[in-house]
Design a protein. Sequence first.
Length: 116
Amino acid sequence: VQLQASGGGLVQPGGSLRLSCAASGRFFSPNVMGWYRRAPGKQRDLVASITSGGSSTYTDSVKGRFTISRDNAKNTVYLQMNSLKPEDTAVYYCKADNRFDGRPYWGQGTLVTVSS
C-alpha cells in the first residue's frame, strides 16, 4: 500500500494551496481518509478527515478556510487550503484507514510554508 502526497510549497500569507494524496495497493480500500500536520517543534495533529460517504470533520483552527474532499474512484483525498496563515506552516501527512485489515497507512509528508 502506498500513499503519495503532493502539492506543498511556499505561499504568502492569504494565499492558497491544494494538497493531493493518492492511495494504491492490493487489498486496499480506504475507509476514513485524512490530513494531519506537524509544525516545527510540535506533535502531529489532525487537520481534517472525511469518510467514504463524504462526512467531514475539521480542527477548529482551519474551519472556514480548509476544505477536505475525496474521489473514491481514484482513492484520492484532497485538502484545499485558503487564507493561509504563517501558523499553518507544517509538514502535512495524509492517512487512510484500510477496510481490509483495519490498519492506518501514512503518506510521506509534504511541506507547506506560509511566509512573506
